[in-house]
Design a protein around this ligand. Structure first.
Ligand code: C2O
Ligand code: CU
Ligand code: CU
Length: 490
């Protein structure tokens, strides 16, 4: 297992090595590169664990964005870019992130999605932290107990939808096994304000209409019958902040492994992914190592992360397609060998061949939980279309009871999806085991995508005291109540 649940720390040897590696501790793609580790290279004997501190600064500000070249839209970004800067650190580092809220009139809060942070660093206003007021700074600081592909995003209002998100990559303590490891971050984009979209959903709900059904009928989704594929009609789908008109490109020699760090940062879009002419060898799910699994395509719910290793078969351009599940469009990127000019294939591919199924995922090592008292929750996923209210276990947040647990509990959740939509259910501060045919190798995930009509059970050990959000990662469902709080009590 990748997680080191012990008190994080580095041996003295590792501290010296980290000092020598120096600035590798943190790289911001925007060019700024800082570490607070001045003098970390100085030998210093200590019996106190001293993680190598790495520091990033995120300046949250209103930014006019026009990623698809169709309309300038008022967004909110970190450091002015979409997505925000890539934060890279190393397992065992102490990561310190200054968030400066430069917005004139809105609070913000940044959440470190998938990271096992202490409760007070989780960035959920009203649960883990107070919101960061306009013109104020907050310093998040936490040890990195894990490695892999993660991300950060605003947990305030609809800021995530309008651009406040970015990748957070934690390298393995012993270095990068594959040197080419670009982030592929998917998102959905609106030309109108998300608050307006949400108000319209609520109005349509109260008018008694059912949500607009998706266009459906795409390959593997055809069998879903009357399921509602999406509530929101998007203007564009983006890959690393770029639309299909001028897509993201990446050059690598044929035959060399490329580790694609796939992150679905969309607010309410599931994507079907496929790379022209190549299978995808999945090596990590939600940041953590799995037994490598080869698929031809995979469905990614919002907030899910996968690492896929590919090797270009020969000279040429190969388009990576991320098709919105409702069939309304796609995000693309182009992998190519250095000898050719990248050329995009904008045709929508067929999704035949091997699909990823959760039941095929196996963790790289046993994941069975330590013993502890069992605590069981039955949490059906429900929607009240007449009011556009989404519920978890019969209640709609914030008018919902806390789910009370105690440290050391083995917590088991059963989620029966009683709706016609997919719900990527996400737990903060813990990984859960997805209980689907994996035996002692059930995969650990932070987000599990529950299909319409399906029942999924997960379990986790209560080993991180605090209050933790548990919610659907569809931003509009979250806003409409599909959330609860796990609360540790003594
Ligand atoms: Cu990505 Cu509440 O989380
Ligand atoms: Cu999270
Ligand atoms: Cu949902």
């Amino acid at each position: 297992m990748t997680i080191d649940a012990r008190t994080p720390g580095l041996s003295r040897r590792a501290v010296l090595r980290a000092g020598a590696a120096g600035a590798a501790g943190l790289a911001l793609s925007g060019g700024a590169r800082r570490t607070a580790a001045a003098g970390a290279g100085t030998a210093r004997a200590s019996y106190v664990p001293q993680p190598n501190p790495a520091q990033a600064v995120l300046r949250v500000a209103a930014t006019a964005l026009d990623p698809d070249g169709m309309a300038a839209v008022g967004g909110v970004t970190a450091n002015g870019t979409l997505p925000g800067p890539e934060i890279r650190a190393r397992q065992g580092d102490l990561l310190r992130i200054l968030v400066e809220n430069q917005l004139a009139d809105s609070p913000t809060a940044v959440h470190w999605h998938g990271l096992l942070v202490p409760a007070g660093m989780d960035g959920v206003p009203g649960i883990a932290n107070a919101p960061i007021a306009p013109q104020r700074v907050y310093v998040y600081e936490f040890p990195l107990r894990q490695s892999g592909t993660y991300w950060y995003h605003s947990h305030w209002g609809f800021q995530e939808q309008v651009g406040l998100f970015g990748p957070l990559v934690i390298d393995e303590p012993e270095g990068k096994p594959i040197v080419r490891d670009p982030v592929v971050m998917l998102s959905d984009w609106l030309h109108r304000a998300p608050a307006q979209v949400y108000a319209a959903l609520r109005d349509r709900g109260s008018a008694g209409a059912t949500p607009q059904a998706g266009t459906g009928g795409m390959g593997s989704m055809a069998s879903m019958g009357t399921a509602d594929l999406s509530d929101v009609r998007y203007d564009a789908f983006l890959l690393n902040g770029k639309s299909g008109a001028a897509p993201w490109t990446y050059a690598a020699p044929a035959g060399e492994p490329i580790r694609l760090r796939l992150i679905n940062a969309a607010a309410s879009t599931l994507f079907e992914l496929r790379l022209d002419g190549h299978p995808l060898r999945l090596t990590h799910a939600d940041g953590l190592a799995i037994e490598p699994l080869e698929v031809d395509h995979l469905l990614m719910g919002m907030a899910e992360c996968y690492d896929a290793v590919v090797m270009l078969s020969g000279p040429g351009s190969y388009t990576l397609h991320a098709v919105a599940q409702d069939g309304s469009g796609q995000a693309i990127g182009v992998l190519h060998t250095p000898d050719v000019t990248p050329q995009a294939n904008r045709a929508v591919p067929a999704f035949d061949g091997r699909a990823l199924r959760y039941a095929d995922l196996r963790a790289a090592a046993p994941t069975t939980l330590p013993d502890g008292p069992a605590r069981v929750f039955d949490l059906p996923l429900q929607g009240d279309m007449a009011r556009y209210v989404w519920m978890l276990g019969g209640q709609a947040y914030p008018r919902a009871d806390p789910l009370v647990i105690r440290e050391g509990d083995r917590v088991r959740l059963t989620m029966k999806n009683e709706t016609g939509m997919w719900h990527p259910m996400h737990l903060h501060g813990h990984f859960f085991r997805v209980l689907q045919g994996g035996g002692d190798r059930c995969p650990l995930k932070h987000t599990v995508n529950v299909a319409p009509g399906e029942t999924v059970a997960v379990e986790f050990i209560a080993d991180n005291p605090g209050d933790w959000f548990f919610h659907c990662h569809n931003l509009y469902h979250l806003e409409a109540g599909m959330a609860r709080v796990f609360q540790y009590r003594v």
